[in-house]
Design a binder for this molecule. Structure first.
Ligand SMILES: O=C(O)CCC(=O)C(=O)O
Ligand SMILES: [Fe+2]
Length: 261
């Protein structure tokens, strides 16, 4: 984890002309995420977004060759992060009493990683580091740098800072687990704020379904007292909504938006 943070920092501090070699294409690579229009206010952050698992889906042209340990570190981190996410996903499915406790593990076999860099900002009151959203996968495993708070989660209408714990990871629930659990597990709205004095790096691993996957509430969770809260959809349909609507992507699948939460 420490090595991962170190190489992320070394990469983001490279001169811009070296980083643009990995410039974003079709949502993968280095740049700004979620740019929908020319006049939108942009987030106060840079992003490197990579597919890391399974290995054959990696697009190596976006993987920085500098610092020299970059690729090896991300590969090793990917193996560990998948091991941890599989354990989490198994326990969550078991806790929901899904018929197959390995159901989530099978569905969320693809992992993408975002490395965000938030430079210090002279007027943090005027910008948002990363604007409010819910993550679009099953779960997210987030590694934060120690010593600077940036992540906030929304609870009962308030923004609560999530203090980094040395050696700790944050696990967020994403929209796909919300749907399959029929709303029992809620995806968490969160954002990152900029900091006046210090810069900050975060590394998020998103466990995603395949593009072709069909997503919908597990039928064993539906009964008279728990009616269906979401309709079935294809992962690709969700992604279209994500890139068009931005950060309220899951709304389209709610059967009754007021009750599905
Ligand atoms: O920087 C953070 O802590 C949040 C990152 C995040 O939410 C994301 O990459 O989806
Ligand atoms: Fe997020």
């Amino acid at each position: 984890m420490e090595q991962m943070k170190r190489i992320a920092r070394e990469f983001v501090l490279l001169p811009l002309q070296e980083k643009v070699e990995y410039a974003v294409q079709e949502h993968e690579g280095y740049g700004q995420a979620f740019v929908f229009s020319e006049d939108q206010q942009l987030d106060w952050s840079d992003l490197l977004y990579l597919t890391i698992m399974p290995a054959e889906k990696r697009k190596m042209k976006f993987w920085p060759a500098k610092p020299v340990e970059f690729r090896k570190t991300v590969e090793e981190y990917a193996i560990q992060v998948q091991r941890l996410s599989n354990q989490m996903l198994y326990l969550m499915a078991e806790n929901l009493s899904l018929n197959a406790p390995d159901r989530f593990v099978h569905i969320f076999g693809e992992i993408s990683q975002s490395m965000h860099y938030y430079p210090p900002c002279p007027r943090p009151d005027l910008v948002i580091g990363l604007s409010s959203h819910t993550d679009g996968g099953g779960i997210t495993i987030l590694l934060q740098e120690d010593g600077v708070v940036g992540l906030q989660v929304r609870k009962d209408g308030d923004w609560i800072p999530v203090q980094p714990i040395p050696g700790g990871l944050v696990i967020n629930i994403g929209d796909m687990v919300e749907v399959i659990s029929n709303g029992k597990y809620k995806s968490i709205e969160h954002r990152a704020v900029a900091n006046k004095e210090k810069d900050r790096i975060s590394i998020a691993a998103f466990c995603n379904p395949e593009k072709e996957a069909e997503i919908g509430p597990a039928c064993e969770l539906i009964n008279e007292s728990n009616p269906l809260n979401y309709r079935n959809f294809k992962r690709s349909e969700y992604l279209e909504s994500y890139f068009l609507e931005g950060k309220k992507a899951i709304e389209f699948a709610k059967i009754n938006p007021s009750s599905a939460g």
